[in-house]
Design a protein around this ligand. Structure first.
Ligand SMILES: NC(=O)c1ccc[n+]([C@@H]2O[C@H](COP(=O)([O-])OP(=O)(O)OC[C@H]3O[C@@H](n4cnc5c(N)ncnc54)[C@H](OP(=O)(O)O)[C@@H]3O)[C@@H](O)[C@H]2O)c1
Length: 431
């Protein structure tokens, strides 16, 4: 029995969680793979930092990544640093040196995935990444293996726990965005710079990874429409609730006639849907295959043990695979590098919409709004006006039937030119 030797790059939340599970479940792991996992080396930024936990076999701690790459004993490099600078160099060099790599880094895979998967394929090594999307939820394996015979039609998901926590708190407690973000930061859910979480960027990285797995194509991150939640007001949350909807930050991709329509945006979802009921820092993903139908996965999208569990599953799969002659299945598709995606231009996407107009209340406003929307082929599903006679600004809310995004935005451009419109109109998709 040859043991499996690991080099762990990054020993923060996930690295430490992984090492703890490896110790705690050592006997169980041996039963599964008939080998021991040995952590030989750990790469950190600051070697003198006090560590609350270190593996009992006393691994070598280094701040020089070459120590991991050049160590012939190490079978698998586990990248848990994050970012796309040193992580990119390390993963590239590890793959080129013929080492298997496990990573939780969606940012790296969204930006450099095409090149890194091709490199892994050239060197016949594994580049596994179960933890990179939705932490402890096994969505990568589900797409790559369980649904491998299905043509995927549609994926939508709540993939960022911080954004979901903020929206859930705004919905449950009627607080505004700023207060909910402060709460998330106090609880350690949000970074001191929360931009990636609240502006949809982290969700976008994960969506790019899912698109590659589901459709076998590379979708360029810079082409993906990305909207965040920092503009959501408690007024919109409240109107959505009154209309039977919950506001969520959604990653979405659908295939129509060979073209992918994808994006990250806040949407109104009917409140009875499973995804709409995914609260706090949890994640959920709904996948529709042309044979399996719709499947929803729900669970913890982050945290030391849930994420560590997903990383460990990849390590064990590679350990079982090692010393066989078969090529590790990294993307779930044969062709390498993957082709670029055929994309549907965002203006041709269709959706029902929610509008909130802020108007000066005077006779004829409702009629003008309706006429303008009709002129652009948009038909109204519901209209709600909430102002009191003494109000200077009155909110009017419309929901529409399905319309093209192009028509929606031209109509809003027209409407916002009227002198009775006091603020730019707010528009969100209804899902
Ligand atoms: N946290 C989660 O729940 C979660 C969930 C899913 C995916 N992920 C992904 O997992 C990865 C790790 O996240 P994390 O939360 O564990 O991060 P973290 O707690 O910030 O830990 C990062 C680790 O990487 C080390 N590091 C950073 N830059 C380095 C450099 N230039 N050279 C050497 N070491 C460096 C740090 O060293 P020091 O200890 O010396 O500072 C630290 O040990 C990220 O890609 C993240 O997106 C995290």
């Amino acid at each position: 029995m040859k043991n499996i030797h690991l080099g762990i790059a990054g020993f923060g939340t996930v690295g430490t969680g992984l090492a703890k599970i490896i110790e705690k479940n050592a006997d169980w792991i041996e039963k599964r793979i008939d080998k021991k996992l040995i952590i030989d080396k750990i790469l950190v930024q600051n070697k003198s930092k006090e560590r609350s936990f270190l593996p009992s076999n006393n691994p070598f701690i280094t701040d020089n990544y070459k120590e991991l790459i050049n160590d012939e004993q190490i079978d698998i490099i586990v990248e848990l640093m994050g970012g796309k600078d040193l992580a990119y160099t390390l993963v590239k060099e590890a793959l080129a040196a013929g080492k298997h790599v496990v990573t939780a880094n969606k940012y790296l895979l969204a930006v450099h995935g095409k090149e890194l998967f091709a490199l892994a394929s050239t060197h016949n090594v594994g580049l596994f990444y179960e933890a990179s999307v939705a932490g402890g939820i096994p969505v990568i394996k589900t797409l790559r293996e369980s649904l491998t015979g299905d043509k995927i039609e549609h994926i939508c998901g709540i993939l960022n726990g911080t954004a979901n926590y903020i929206l859930s708190e705004m919905t449950a407690n009627g607080i505004d965005f700023k207060k909910a973000l402060e709460q998330a930061q106090d609880l350690g859910y949000a970074e001191s710079d929360p931009t990636f979480d609240i502006e949809g960027i982290d969700t976008a990285h994960k969506l790019i990874v899912l698109i590659r797995l589901a459709f076998g194509v590379d979708y360029p991150l810079e082409e993906l429409p990305i909207y965040g939640i920092s503009q959501i007001t408690k007024q919109d949350i409240h109107f959505a609730q009154e209309l039977g909807y919950t506001i969520k930050l959604l990653a979405h991709v659908a295939e129509t006639d060979g073209k992918l329509e994808a994006g990250v945006f806040p949407v109104l979802m009917p409140s009875h849907l499973l995804l709409a009921k995914t609260d706090s820092n949890y994640n959920a993903i709904s996948i529709t295959g042309n044979a399996a139908g719709a499947i929803t996965l729900h669970g913890q999208g982050a945290g030391d043990f849930p994420t560590g569990s997903a990383v460990l599953a990849d390590i064990l799969e590679l350990a079982k695979h090692m010393h066989t002659q078969t090529q590790p299945d990294n993307t779930g598709f044969n062709n390498s590098p993957l082709q670029d995606a055929q994309m549907l231009a965002p203006e041709f996407a269709t959706s029902a919409y929610y509008f909130r107009f802020t108007v000066k209340d005077k006779p004829g406003v409702m009629a003008s709004l309706s006429t303008c929307l009709a002129k652009h082929n948009i038909s109204i599903a519901q209209a709600v006006q909430k102002g009191k006679p003494q109000d200077i600004e009155t909110p009017i809310v419309f929901t529409t039937h399905t319309a093209s995004t192009k028509d929606i935005f031209t109509a809003l451009e027209d409407i916002d030119k009227h002198d009775f419109i006091l603020k730019p109109t707010v528009a969100y998709r209804i899902f």
